[in-house]
Design a protein around this ligand. Structure first.
Ligand SMILES: C[S@@+](CC[C@H](N)C(=O)[O-])C[C@H]1O[C@@H](n2cnc3c(N)ncnc32)[C@H](O)[C@@H]1O
Length: 314
């Protein structure tokens, strides 16, 4: 396999070896959550780079997993590992996540492995790593993929390719809160794999990059992304799992940004719940309640931060 940094992906990688995807495209159509152009782009990158180990995070019905397996069908020893937060397919709850791979593409399924249920980092630990390519396509709203990328990075090869889906959800689909992958793609540093997608008014809704060496500066950007506003809250069990995992793989100053953000957002959620309750009480009492809730909020944050810093010193 060639050094990805030496590959010339050109500006129309979406037209490279389309016929490989065309072999399964009709069968794939009802199940994949990517437009035709996005599929050709991903297929072209895989055909050009010839990765042996592919990691997919965000599987749904299994459409993109089938595409990846098909694109690597004549690459000796190529394997795809798909991971998802849920074992139950979120679009068809009566089916397992990724179900179309074994049911509709049994000849491809021999080179496929799937794990699901909770934070995906649990399935990466002890799994060997050395992935040549990552396809990341999960929540698209914060913190979503900001956390997923930090789960995956320790297991990617030097100079791995990262492909992010749904990178222009605002200008293409009007979804203003789904900006996570657009920010993430801009934060990652490396050689960008560009193409034009006429269906997208500003930038394509899929993007790829051949990663530079991961240094503290790049990680700083990736961790500080987590401090942006969250649309989704993080279950406590996930917080614990991720905090432990990040502690093992990253420097303390970086992991503290994650911990502080998670604590801040939890406190904010509690404050909002308290204010909602206050709204059911008379005005004067309500103003007093809001004021004291804010004071308590600031005090809690201060004491949690003090607690983290004290734990660090121990
Ligand atoms: C947009 S769908 C993936 C579509 C698929 N890549 C395709 O193109 O056919 C998003 C998937 O991400 C999963 N997901 C959501 N949050 C996640 C998380 N924190 N970690 C891993 N997977 C997650 C969902 O369960 C869902 O199956």
């Amino acid at each position: 396999m060639a050094d990805h940094r030496q590959i010339d992906f050109g500006h129309n990688i979406d037209s490279f070896e389309r016929e490989i995807l065309d072999d399964i495209n009709d069968k794939l159509e009802p199940y994949i959550q990517m437009s035709m152009e996005e599929r050709y782009y991903l297929n072209g990158i895989v055909r050009k780079a010839k990765p042996k180990k592919i990691l997919e995070i965000g599987t749904a019905l299994g459409g993109s997993a089938a595409l990846l397996l098909n694109a690597t069908r004549n690459i000796d020893g190529a394997k795809v590992l798909s991971l998802d937060y849920s074992t139950q397919c979120y679009i068809m709850p009566e089916k397992q996540t990724g179900w179309i791979v074994p049911e509709l593409f049994p000849e491809l399924a021999k080179r496929w492995e799937f794990h699901g249920g909770g934070c995906v980092c649990q399935y990466l630990e002890g799994g060997g790593g050395g992935f040549d390519l990552l396809l990341l396509d999960t929540v698209h709203s914060n913190p979503g993929e900001f956390l997923n990328i930090l789960e995956a990075l320790p297991y990617l090869k030097d100079g791995a390719i990262v492909v992010l889906h749904d990178t222009s959800q605002w200008t293409t689909w009007g979804k203003e809160l789904q900006c996570t992958n657009q920010i993430l793609l801009s934060t990652l540093k490396g050689k960008r794999i560009l193409f034009d997608d006429a269906a997208c008014p500003v930038i394509p809704c899929i993007g790829g990059i051949v990663l530079d060496k991961i240094d503290h500066d790049m990680l700083w950007g990736l961790f500080t992304n987590i401090a942006l506003p969250w649309v989704n809250s993080l279950p406590y069990i996930d917080y614990v799992t991720l905090a432990r995992y990040f502690d093992q793989h990253y420097d303390r100053d970086l992991v503290d940004i994650f911990k502080r953000s998670a604590i801040w957002h939890r406190q904010r959620d509690l404050l909002i719940a308290e204010v909602r309750m206050q709204n059911q009480t008379p005005l004067l009492e309500r103003q007093h309640g809001l004021f004291s809730a804010m004071i308590q909020f600031i005090r809690r944050i201060k004491s949690k931060c003090r607690c983290i810093l004290t734990t660090r010193k121990l």
